[in-house]
Design a protein around this ligand. Sequence first.
Ligand code: SF4
Length: 573
Amino acid sequence: MGYIKGRDRDQQVLFPKAIDDYVSESNPVRVIEAFTGMLDFKELGFERGEAAATGRPGYDPRLMMGLYIWGHLNQMRSSRKLEKECGRNLEVIWLMEDLRPDFKTIADFRKDNGQSIRQVMVKFRLWCMGEGLYGREIASIDGSKFEAVNSRDRNYNEDKLNRIIEHERERVEKYLKEIEETDQEEKDDPEKSVEELEKALATMKERVARNEELLRQLKESGESQLSLTDKESRLMKTNNGGHEVSFNVQMVVDAENKLIAEYEVTNEGNDRGQLANMAKKGKEALQVDKLKVLADRGYYDGNTIKECEEAGITPYLPTPASSAEAKGVYAADRFSYDEKRDLYTCPEGKELTFRTKEKMRKKEYKIYRTDGCLTCPLRAQCTKSKSGRKIRRWVDQAVVDRLKKRMQEHPDSMKKRKGMAEHPFGTIKRAMNQGYFLMKGIKKVTIEMSLTVLAYNIKRVISVLGVEEIVKSMRGTASSKDLTLFSRLIRSLRTILISIYEIAHRKAQYSILPLLKEDFYRHAGFHTVSTADGTDKSRLKAGLKTLTLFLCGQIRIKTAIFCKQQTEMIKDK
Ligand code: SF4
């Protein structure tokens, strides 16, 4: 028995397949096409959101946006890789309608449309909300480090620079000494000649001067670190215990389907202080008045918890362990607080009353003490201070007390958080291989992340609803009375214009009509017009305008050629 035989590469096919036949109905690329087809690129602020009336036609932002979404879904983020795929990947050829923009055009599209690309992510979220895919009740907040385009060797802090400068200076001293010794001893066969040593010395002095300049720049900037390749990236502790020059990506994830509601890229090394900011962004994105947010211990900060409550957000996160326990003395929870009388009762039954206030780490505390400590038999277990035990109570301690109570009532909240927040990061970093940035600077990596978030959300919705269901639903959103009317109008106009052209063509005895018709379809977006259900009004308008201009231009050119030919024929006669 032989092997399964394929088709001969040189075999001619009588009825070749259309590109559409190679893309199955359940191919995710159809979701991209349906989604970009229902967007108004002019309203979103894209450059060339509306086709220009004159000049060389540009690429349709609908196709370019689709290309980037496809790239982020398929681990092809760089413009050069995308350029390559445009020429060889059937999915991309289908999506791009066989157009092949070069890598510069692809890269420029992302560079020129940063804010609008972010709005596309927002549009997808709004569509998902319309479909009821966001629960909008509970969200989790988490952060993860994404590697920046900056190696560790090109990141400095003051200590590192001082260490390097000191080491280089020591080497300079050593070389100077060696030059002196080589000169004096006039060694017959020295390891290095004086010239070689002087050359090495000059290089070292240059290095010292360069590092001293970096130190000066760092001090002047007031920052704690200096990164040379991506100036806004910072050396951060990563989840695996190491350190990498990264950005910290914060995300708000909805509980219902683990869809990302909002994100932010920061260069803060830790999550402390991010809770209120992210929770408010999440609440705004989900368009709700109240929201429950789950976060891990790293977000604990009294002031931000208070800020959340004031904004109608109920946070759930573990409170840190008491520092007193670590010191081997009674923890604060061994002291009961009487709210009415504003005092604490200690394990010995003594009352600690309010004495004074003090400020620490942007928080104001009330201090409680008792005079009974001096003679207390439990003193060794209770305090190591000579002046007796001191209880420090934050003036807004009620906020923390409420949080503790909530956590006791919902002991499984942290387990739930883990499953929600870590899913997107795991998928983005592992399955989508996007745990690192390709661009530099917070502004640009934020755009990059919006494409990653959009791709993740599309991937997630596909696994929840399936491609066909999504496409059906998206097509439904775009169909309206106006759209049908426009579609009919354009079809009629097309027929009239082609008839006019055909008359001109017959007169010109020119046989490129089929080719030209083909070109019309591609150039003026006829394909879109004939399947207008998924297209919006402004796009149809743009298509109509381009088509009219193109046809008129072609008729003018052909008529001119015809007249020229006729004139030449008369001359010849
Ligand atoms: S040391 Fe002071 S605060 Fe502690 S148990 Fe004794 S009396 Fe109470």
